[in-house]
Design a protein around this ligand. Structure first.
Ligand code: SF4
Ligand code: SF4
Length: 423
């Protein structure tokens, strides 16, 4: 057993199943990410971060906890990371992106829920998630029905649910601010650390830097001759949700430097005549590269990603100039309330945002990515397709799960879209 395996066994993981999971994740990564030609050399950091999610990163968090820090598991980008960092705690996104764990969820739970939720539940119930034994608090939110009921199953004393209202009214904004303040109180209680204006300001500036760097990466992705693929940009986003932020910012800064050099040297990952696609909709968390891979191995390029593993995560900085704790909490609440998840009604901002992003990225077409049984993105796809049609932008909606069985079918539809664009 390696040192890490010994630690994982001590944490109570089922090592046989964990071995299967890691093998499965490794194979997917090799086939869909490492197989890409002409990758930037700086992607090595992000490949290693994904590889070490169940290795060095676990050891790092284990040691941080031994030194008195707390780990907070999250499942959604509405959880304000600034508050977690301001209390010296470590946030880690725990959403499942692998089909491997889904059968473990389906033994007990309905099949008719989205694969992201099933994969997350399956990791928890197969005793293969190394973060679960390390988390001091898990934070859920009232976004979609599947998640709300998941918190009832996973819940307990070590669980906090953020009530996210679904309308962007002033009353809803006030309710959300109360939720954000209550969350800060809960984190303070957990960590025994008072969150101050100073610590919140520092955390907000750090997260703003991280978001700014990711925004610059998106700028390269949508440039006329992109020096990075959409799949690699997705990997960077996936790492953003789990990595130590200072180190992550350094790695993104080095990647950006290399991308600048590539642009100067005329190096691009776009094949001649490649069609440009905006991918919009559900997030693709670590382990899930399915639709990105199909699009990019069909000769098109994902030049922008409107999702929680894309623009929704890095748009809108926090106004870090506020000087008081209350002012900063209000600025943080405002920033997160601007996220346009499909759980909101009405959600005109998102409809407009997809059209605007497609134009800005000079996309030839939009592919809407809807995870099976995700009703809000599925329904919203209809409005967005209509808005895109009015804007003269072709689009395709793909509803799918994490399994590979329908990959051929999806490829046929994507190729038909690309063929249509060419002719
Ligand atoms: S899609 Fe909505 S519920 Fe899912 S992570 Fe994003 S904001 Fe949260
Ligand atoms: S993909 Fe849709 S159904 Fe699944 S957790 Fe996110 S919002 Fe809920």
């Amino acid at each position: 057993m390696s040192g890490c395996d010994t630690l994982l066994a001590e944490l109570g993981l089922n090592m046989e199943r964990h071995g299967e999971l890691v093998e499965n994740l490794g194979r997917t990564y090799r086939e869909k990410v490492l197989s890409q030609p002409d990758r930037p050399a700086s992607m090595a950091y992000f490949d290693s971060a994904i590889h070490e999610l169940h290795g060095d990163r676990i050891r790092e968090i284990f040691e941080a906890r031994a030194a008195g820090r707390k780990m907070i598991g999250t499942f959604c980008i509405y959880v304000p990371e600034e508050i977690v960092f301001a209390a010296g705690a470590i946030p880690v996104a725990l959403c499942g992106g692998t089909a491997w764990s889904i059968p473990y969820a389906e033994q007990t739970f309905p099949r008719e829920i989205c694969p992201l939720v099933k994969s997350t539940l399956g990791l928890a119930f197969s005793d293969t998630c190394p973060f679960a034994p390390l988390e001091d608090l898990a934070v859920g939110e009232t976004t979609c029905d599947a998640k709300k009921k998941t918190w009832d199953i996973l819940g307990g004393d070590g669980f906090h649910v953020l009530h996210l209202p679904h309308k962007k009214t002033d009353a809803a904004r006030r309710l959300w601010l109360r939720e954000v303040r209550a969350f800060a109180g809960r984190v303070e209680h957990l960590t025994g650390v008072r969150i101050t204006a100073r610590s919140l300001g520092q955390a907000a500036r750090l997260m703003n830097r991280k978001r700014r760097l990711l925004g610059r990466l998106a700028g390269f992705q949508r440039s006329a001759a992109p020096p990075i693929s959409g799949t690699d940009a997705l990997v960077v986003m996936q790492v953003a949700l789990v990595d130590e932020p200072q180190r992550f910012c350094g790695a993104v800064a080095r990647l950006l430097e290399e991308l600048r050099r590539r642009v100067r040297q005329g190096v691009t990952v776009a094949r001649p005549g490649a069609k440009r696609v905006l991918l919009a909709g559900c997030p693709a968390v670590a382990g899930n590269y399915k639709v990105h891979h199909v699009i990019e191995s069909s000769g098109a390029l994902v030049v922008a990603n409107e999702s929680c593993t894309g623009s929704r995560y890095f748009e809108h900085p926090v106004d870090a100039r506020r000087r008081t704790r209350g002012g900063l909490l209000a600025a943080i609440a405002d920033r997160y309330f601007r996220i346009d998840c499909s759980c909101f009604t009405p959600n005109d901002e998102r409809v407009r945002s997809v059209v605007r992003m497609a134009r800005r990225a000079k996309a030839d077409a939009v592919v809407q990515y809807v995870l099976q049984y995700c009703h809000t993105y599925n329904m919203e796809a209809v409005r967005i397709a209509e808005a895109l049609q009015r804007a003269g932008l072709p689009s395709l909606t793909i509803g799918t799960d994490y399994a590979d069985q329908d990959t051929g079918q999806i490829r046929t539809r994507v190729e038909a879209l690309i063929e249509g664009l060419r002719s």
